[in-house]
Design a protein around this ligand. Structure first.
Ligand SMILES: Cc1cc2nc3c(=O)[nH]c(=O)nc-3n(C[C@H](O)[C@H](O)[C@H](O)COP(=O)(O)O)c2cc1C
Length: 209
């Protein structure tokens, strides 16, 4: 599908057909496509918890304002944004470093810059939260577009009790949960509400200098 068509067809779908699955193959394809998005220094500070078991879906639904789409959808992702995902010594950061060396983007002499730059940009609670969430948000959006490209519908949710989700799924402190994403197929026996209003050019451009 053309990107514009995917963008238009993607909707936050409230009703999922519980009889239609999203296979692990499809899920893998969606996540591996989504991870192509850009990220700060290519640190990719995102992971997901795949919630598929009925008991786990119930547990998640309880922490998410009883949003029934979580149990109706075959799978819901808990998106994790890693606040420590810029620190030297973090396994992903070290993998990024090795990759930069291998590809010739950097030399050993630049190691100090590689450590001090992120510390300056992302060090401190507010900055590290912003780092994690902005990058994970790009990833989350790409999940929904990649899913739609495969004919799979989605629903993003931030209507949940963050600490309740953390406790229910033993999520460590370094992760912030920016969003949950239910994935499945729209239940065609229900009515899909019409697409909502969007900002126009004039409302989006605050200054044009
Ligand atoms: C970060 C985020 C969180 C959202 N949280 C919820 C939610 O908890 N429950 C819900 O019913 N819809 C939620 N939505 C869906 C929005 O209401 C919906 O995307 C918006 O109204 C536009 O509709 P559309 O996606 O069908 O174009 C969320 C959307 C985003 C992007």
């Amino acid at each position: 599908m053309e990107l514009k068509e995917i963008m238009k067809l993607r909707r936050a779908v409230n009703f999922f057909d519980p009889t239609q699955n999203v296979t692990d193959e499809e899920l893998k394809q969606i996540l591996e496509t989504a991870t192509l998005v850009p990220s700060s220094m290519n640190f990719q500070p995102w992971q997901v918890i795949v919630v598929r078991e009925p008991e786990a879906k119930e547990r998640l639904m309880k922490a998410a304002m009883n949003q029934t789409k979580i149990v109706e959808a075959p799978v819901t992702l808990i998106v994790l944004a890693d606040k420590d995902g810029w620190r030297a010594g973090h396994p992903t950061v070290e993998k990024v470093w090795e990759n930069l060396l291998t590809l010739g983007y950097m030399t050993d002499k630049q190691r100090s810059w590689f450590e001090k730059g992120p510390e300056k940009l992302y060090g401190g609670p507010e900055k590290s939260l912003a780092f994690a969430v902005k990058n994970a948000a790009f990833f989350a959006m790409a999940i929904m577009l990649a899913a739609k490209d495969l004919g799979i519908d989605s629903h993003p949710m931030d209507g949940f009790d963050h600490e309740a989700v953390r406790e229910a799924f033993n999520i460590p402190e370094n992760f912030f949960v920016p969003v949950l994403i239910a994935l499945g197929h729209f239940d065609k026996s229900k009515t899909l509400m019409p697409p909502k209003w969007r900002k126009s050019w004039n409302e989006i451009v605050w200054q044009y200098i």
